[in-house]
Design a protein around this ligand. Structure first.
Ligand SMILES: Nc1ncnc2c1ncn2[C@@H]1O[C@H](COP(=O)(O)OP(=O)(O)OP(=O)(O)O)[C@@H](O)[C@H]1O
Ligand SMILES: [Mg+2]
Length: 280
């Protein structure tokens, strides 16, 4: 099925040598704004394929619709138009093939670490067998062994985010959807977590869609980077990142600097346009 030499070169699968596991076609979302009684087009006409095992990072100015697109893939927001197919099925709601990691961790404060991670299995009866081992493995993978009985309030922000990641990983979803997961932790923790994430994702082979405001994060983690534009939110460009891994601490080369500059220019232009409200 994949890597077929007979596949036409124009086929995106041929270019990436893999099947797309998420297929977004002509995705449009309009929100009804109660305050004004009008409709706001958050995203319009988005076409995107995410390939199996790929780490896709998403950059773009605030309010350009990144979260909206991710929530559509998660099945949490219903599109106004277009469709999404994930792991071979049309998305009509949340499913066990997709897990979400939120910026604010979204942990249950009255539950211990292991019970928060257990939550990732509770919606899926077929996964309850062997739950204790799955929870132990997920906690070990994110480096929290020894903190199973702690409560979220007893953990640092970075540790809480690890719990959020373990909760997403425990059900072994094929797809991880991450909305600025490192946005709420301090700069040092963020760097440590970013390197950890690179390791964990490589170890698990997940397909990841990862929203960030950090160009460096997008480059370090991404196999490809999707740059959004605003008004309405849409894809401006998709950039391949052909830099060797692991990329942690390896930001000195020309390739890195060129890519960084190119992304910076694109984002700066978009941020200016967003501030002017172009295209409204
Ligand atoms: N539930 C909602 N109702 C009405 N408007 C919404 C809703 N959610 C988002 N919007 C609007 O849709 C647009 C896109 O929002 P979205 O949260 O997807 O952007 P974003 O790119 O994730 O921004 P940020 O980088 O700040 O997180 C914004 O103008 C926002 O105000
Ligand atoms: Mg957002």
């Amino acid at each position: 099925m994949t890597n077929s030499p007979a596949t036409a070169p124009a086929d995106p699968v041929a270019k990436h040598g893999r099947d797309s596991i998420i297929r977004i076609r002509d995705l449009t979302v309009r929100y009804h704004v109660a305050r004004t009684g009008s409709w706001l087009t958050a995203i319009e006409g988005i076409d995107l394929d995410v390939y199996e095992g790929e780490f896709l990072t998403v950059l773009g100015p605030s309010g350009c619709g990144k979260t909206t697109m991710l929530n559509c893939v998660a099945g949490l927001v219903k599109p106004t138009g277009g469709e999404i197919v994930a792991d071979g099925r049309k998305v009509t709601g949340p499913g066990p093939d997709r897990a979400v990691v939120f910026q604010d961790y979204a942990l249950l404060p009255w539950r211990t670490v292991e019970d928060n991670v257990r939550f990732g299995l509770e919606m899926q009866p077929r996964l309850r067998q062997g739950a204790a081992e799955k929870i132990e493995e997920a906690i070990a993978l994110v480096g929290l062994t020894g903190f199973e009985k702690s409560y979220p309030r007893e953990l640092s922000g970075g540790m809480q985010q690890r719990v959020g990641l373990a909760r997403a990983l425990v059900a072994d979803p094929k797809i991880l959807l991450m909305d600025e997961p490192l946005g709420a932790v301090d700069a040092l923790t963020r760097e440590v977590m970013r390197n950890e994430l690179e390791r964990i994702i490589e170890a698990t082979g997940k397909t990841v869609v990862f929203i960030t405001h950090s160009i460096d994060e997008a480059i370090q983690l991404g196999d490809r980077i999707v740059v959004f534009k605003s008004h309405p939110g849409a894809i401006r460009e998709v950039v391949d990142v052909d830099l060797p891994r692991p990329r942690a601490g390896n930001t000195k080369g020309d390739g890195y600097a060129d890519l960084r500059r190119r992304l910076w220019e694109a984002l700066e232009g978009e941020a200016r346009a967003a501030a002017r409200g172009d295209g409204e």
